[in-house]
Design a protein around this ligand. Structure first.
Ligand SMILES: [Zn+2]
Length: 243
């Protein structure tokens, strides 16, 4: 799985910002992956496959977008549609349609609103939760975890009229308490930023993703991906292993 944020030309002062990937680079990433025989799937597809309910195409790869910026719709999805690949978009339920004030140092951008997310879902993409306020969930108390995980799921299901089956932890941080609360909230799985390939036995609540950002040419992406695919997850059992 890959984790992207903004598919945009970075402002000059933010040229090294790893939240940005230039559209030309993103198009080159997709072309390189397709040339190597990868097929785009959603996180929901991966979770269904792990549960034995469906199959996956050869060389499946889930392309995810954290923070649900508008450039997902304006730029990323049109590029992915060339290959008919679906995306998984992680939205912050307390900021739908609002600017990224959760990240005061970042160049301003708007998050997609509920109507745009409903359109994405109708087009076959997957929308998950990125919590309600983009907080680091590790270390939160029970009530706070309830709000960031369970309430965010409820928010999205009400606004989008569809099941919200997975969450991406902001900054990837989590611990045993977070994983238990995620499961209790009714999610079927969760994405971290652990760099490992996901197999049938990977803990569904600790799915690995490789963060992709900055000026990353396709050859370097493929090199990193090759290394990742040789890295089994550290938690290939049903027990939760916190690190
Ligand atoms: Zn985020």
């Amino acid at each position: 799985m890959l984790c992207y944020h903004r598919i945009e030309e970075p402002p000059t002062h933010a040229s090294g910002d790893t939240n940005f990937v230039r559209p030309a680079h993103f198009a080159a990433h997709l072309a390189a992956l397709a040339r190597l025989g990868f097929h785009g799937v959603t996180v929901h597809d991966v979770l269904s496959w792990k549960a034995g309910r469906s199959t996956l195409p050869p060389r499946p790869i889930a392309i995810t977008f954290d923070d649900a910026y508008e450039s997902v719709v304006t730029t990323a999805l049109p590029l992915m549609s060339v290959y008919r690949w679906p995306a998984t978009v992680y939205a912050i339920s307390g900021y739908l349609g609002e600017h990224n004030t959760w990240d005061p140092g970042a160049p301003p951008a708007r998050q997609l609103d509920a109507a745009a997310l409903r359109t994405i879902l109708a087009d076959g993409h997957d929308v998950g939760s990125h919590t309600r306020h983009h907080q680091r969930v590790r270390g939160l108390n029970g009530a706070q975890l309830q709000e960031e995980l369970a309430s965010s799921k409820d928010d999205l299901e009400q606004q989008l009229g569809a099941a919200c089956t997975s969450v991406a932890f902001p900054f990837g941080t989590h611990d045993r308490t977070v994983l238990d609360a995620t499961q209790d909230a009714g999610y079927l799985g969760a994405c971290t930023l652990k760099r490992w390939a996901n197999g049938r036995r990977t803990n569904a609540f600790r799915l690995g993703r490789m963060s992709v950002g900055g000026p990353l040419p396709p050859w370097l992406l493929l090199a990193k991906l090759g290394k990742l695919m040789l890295t089994p997850s550290a938690n290939q059992s049903s027990s939760v292993n916190t690190r």
